[in-house]
Design a protein around this ligand. Structure first.
Ligand code: ZN
Length: 360
């Protein structure tokens, strides 16, 4: 039934345990548009937290930007409730002309939630990219588990690519002695971009979607690292950033956006310590014909030239060795990649010139 009274309702949060998976799900009524979010955790032995905070984070960009009240009967952690008000402030800075707001109608729980598990470690999202590897290597001592979510970056329909990525995530977890948590989620299917621009995956949704999957793991992990996408000095509206992510923390689960460096500097620091990532790096999002890395897109070129300039080209195993690294300096950037791409073209051209003073 369509209920159209300008409210987002989070309802029927459910939990199911099967032999090989645990499931946390809920109904989200987006102003009359009914969605059912289903998040699955395969072969995870720990207990899951079945609460509302992760689902609130998931719909915050939509609720704030559309100025629609969120209503739920589920208790919200007081620290979380106070924290997310800072997200509104950030959106106001980015969109000074817009009439945006954050309104939540829910019972608030003042008492701090305490899990009966000492020494909870940190959790890290892991996709095999530069940001993931950097976060893992920089925080190796505190990280206890790596989380990978199917149907976020690679889809069930890309079965060959998905197999390779899952194999990579398992190899990396084994190498660094981490627990691996493979999840599956229908968030992208249930929140399509065509329904609202505020479901745009890059600009709004990917960070909140990851938090929605991570919150249930809080009985085992006290801290969640989202591998960062750039430097904190760049205040750009993006779905996961140094400016937003930590404001989704609660009294029992701390979230942070990690790694305050650009891609070149991350590779420099990381490969100086450990070249193992070069055997598994997966950065491509084009994935034409289910290629692990296409070695032809802006992101692949951008990564290849960094590796080349740092002197590790012969060690890279997951890109075409024959690509001319200079190509990145010459490609025409599309509008969506222009800002970041231009910054790198200028920086890497300078480094290239220093290394090749006689080239024309
Ligand atoms: Zn590519």
């Amino acid at each position: 039934m369509k209920r159209n009274n300008n409210t987002i309702r989070i309802e029927n949060i459910g939990y199911h345990k099967y032999k090989t998976k645990q499931v946390v799900e809920c109904n989200i009524d987006l102003n009359g548009y009914q969605r059912r979010i289903v998040n699955e955790y395969y072969n995870f032995k720990g207990r899951l937290y079945v609460g509302v905070e992760g689902f609130i984070s998931l719909i915050l960009p939509y609720a704030i930007n559309e100025n629609i009240e969120i209503e739920t009967k589920y208790t919200v952690d007081k620290t979380y409730y106070d924290n997310i008000k800072n997200i509104l402030k950030k959106y106001e800075e980015w969109n000074p002309q817009k009439n945006i707001n954050l309104r939540i109608h829910a019972p608030i729980k003042k008492k701090k939630l305490v899990f009966n598990r000492p020494n909870r470690k940190s959790l890290c999202s892991f996709t095999g990219g530069v940001d993931s590897f950097f976060t893992l290597i920089e925080n190796n001592n505190s990280i206890g588990g790596l989380m990978y979510v199917q149907n976020f970056d690679v889809f069930d329909s890309q079965n060959k690519l998905l197999d390779s990525v899952l194999k990579m995530v398992r190899s990396v977890s084994q190498k660094y002695n981490k627990q691996v948590i493979i999840c599956n989620s229908n968030i992208r299917k249930e929140f399509p971009r065509r329904f609202s621009p505020y479901f745009g995956w890059g600009k709004y949704l990917h960070g909140p979607a990851l938090m929605c999957l991570a919150y249930p793991l809080s009985p085992t992990y006290k801290h969640y690292f989202i591998p960062g996408t750039g430097k904190s000095s760049i205040s750009m509206q993006w779905g996961s950033s140094h400016h937003i992510d930590h404001h989704n923390s609660s009294s029992f689960f701390y979230i942070s956006h990690s790694g305050d460096h650009d891609r070149y500097d991350k590779l420099k620091i990381m490969l100086g310590k450990d070249t193992f990532p070069l055997e598994h790096l997966k950065v491509c999002y084009k994935n034409k014909n289910q290629a692990y890395n296409c070695s032809k897109c802006e992101k692949c070129y951008r990564t290849i030239i960094c590796i080349y300039l740092l002197g590790y080209k012969d060690k890279m195993k997951t890109f075409d060795q024959n690509v001319d690294p200079k190509k990145f300096l010459e490609i025409q950037l599309g509008s969506h990649e222009y800002n970041r791409g231009r910054y790198f073209q200028e920086k890497l051209a300078r480094i290239y010139d220093e290394l090749h003073p006689n080239h024309s």
